[in-house]
Design a protein around this ligand. Structure first.
Ligand SMILES: *Cc1c(COP(=O)(O)O)cnc(C)c1O
Length: 430
């Protein structure tokens, strides 16, 4: 698409980054199933390897199908560039990699996807990095946690699983004050419900596995750069501000300006960490993104109806959905998430652990899986699955007590979903 007028979200989700294939005119983005690209001549090859010219060398770094997805997500998020990678977890490592070094830490929200808690509390220690977990509603606690070695603040926009939404603007102001970037995992909200860069985020990460693809077919991740952070303002980010030996002393920020983070992510991150997205995965995700707004509208509408129905049901103890009038986050949702609070929430079943087990076994439309953001409705009983290694106290703290199930509401006929939950709750409380 040309740099013309500013198009609406529904137009951009179909067209951004894509143009008819120059060789064949193919309207849909081809799957460029190739590992390498022929250089025009030796000078061309040298210029590419010196980062003097942008182009394709080898698909560990760049691939034309993946490049379309990168531009699409960057556009939808309002960023200047994006790097796709093999999974959401890869995106998190890729986002932190240019910022961190041994001894550095990230200040992270306590309300995160379970896998991220494990990645941040255990695995990143192997790199000499660490995470400090704080309640991001307590801004003084966030400020207090930031020290000289902190290189980023990390949160989720709509946090998985417990009906929580983040005040991104408030957190961005704290990060700004400390001269460090705010990274927002926008997986559960998607750019249709929330555009963290507009609220002050520096970087946005995604598990494209979820709503962006939207059908549970491929894993993928993406890091979007706002292009707004001054990496040279202090000496905290030498990977971006100081000479890079691998490229003859090139300084990424000085050379690429607002695109420094994106270029670093490709030229160093993908080149050396190799967490590359393959063109097939990019293709499936591009197909999914074309209908993102339509799906998100239905996801939210269904979630809203189901949450209200569950809250009114005697067999249910409570529902944590930020879209409900009973939610403590109602005002925040209205202000920052006007299109809705997503489609992910938990509810507690009277009858505890055993009732939850009966419920997940009795459901017919809902699938019992460890995934979210699929067109189909999904449920998981965390205490017997993802959170079963935790102590009862840790389960409660994570909002995953024995009587709690998490649902990811799909885009089916909401009356069928209500009927399915109704019959399963009857069996669960029998
Ligand atoms: C799934 C998920 C991740 C991890 O993504 P993968 O693609 O499974 O690696 C990270 N954050 C959130 C919010 C997620 O839902």
């Amino acid at each position: 698409m040309s740099d013309g007028p500013t198009y609406g979200f529904d137009t951009l989700q179909i067209h951004a980054g894509a143009r008819p294939d120059p060789a064949t005119g193919a309207r849909q983005t081809p799957i460029y199933q190739t590992t390498a690209y022929v250089f025009r001549d030796a000078d061309h090859a040298a210029a590419l390897f010196n980062l003097q010219e942008v182009g394709y060398i080898y698909s560990r770094l760049t691939n034309p199908t993946v490049a379309v997805l990168q531009e699409r997500v960057a556009t939808l998020e309002g960023g200047v560039g994006a790097v796709c990678c093999s999974s959401g977890h890869a995106a998190q490592i890729m986002a932190l990699f240019p910022l961190m070094g041994p001894g550095c830490n990230v200040v992270a929200s306590t309300r995160l996807y379970g896998g991220t808690v494990t990645q941040f509390s255990q695995t990143i220690k192997r790199f000499g990095w660490s995470a400090k977990f704080v309640d991001t509603d307590d801004l003084d606690a966030v400020k207090a946690a930031i020290d000289d070695n902190t290189r980023a603040v990390f949160c989720e926009s709509i946090a998985n699983p417990g009906g929580y939404v983040t005040d991104i603007r408030a957190l961005a102001d704290v990060a700004d004050g400390a001269g460090i970037p705010l990274i927002v995992d926008n997986t559960s909200a998607t750019p249709y419900l929330c555009r963290p860069i507009e609220h002050g985020a520096t970087l946005v990460v995604h598990s494209t596995t979820k709503y962006l693809t939207g059908n549970g077919t491929v894993t993928g991740g993406c890091i979007v750069d706002s292009g707004k952070f001054d990496w040279s303002a202090n000496d905290k980010f030498p990977s971006l501000s100081q000479p890079e030996q691998a490229y003859h002393g090139l300084k990424f920020h000085e050379t690429f300006g607002p695109l420094a983070f994106t270029f670093h992510g490709i030229a160093i991150g993908l080149r050396d960490l190799g967490m590359t997205m393959n063109p097939q995965a990019a293709h499936y995700t591009l197909m999914g993104i074309e209908t993102l707004s339509l799906r998100m509208e239905r996801h939210v509408e269904n979630a809203q109806k189901l949450a209200a129905w569950l809250e009114a049901d005697d067999r249910v103890e409570y529902v944590t959905y930020a879209g409900l009038p009973s939610s403590p986050y109602q005002d925040r949702v209205k202000k920052h998430y006007p299109r809705g609070a997503g489609a992910l929430f938990t509810f507690a079943v009277k009858g505890g652990y055993d009732a939850c087990i009966k419920l997940v076994n009795a459901l017919e439309i809902f699938s019992h899986v460890a995934n979210l953001g699929d067109a189909r409705s999904l449920i998981i009983h965390s205490a017997s699955t993802t959170h079963r290694q935790l102590t009862p106290e840790q389960q409660e703290a994570a909002g995953a007590g024995p009587n709690v199930v998490r649902v990811s509401i799909g885009i089916e006929d909401v009356n069928d979903l209500i009927a399915d939950l109704d019959q399963a709750l009857s069996k669960a409380s029998a």
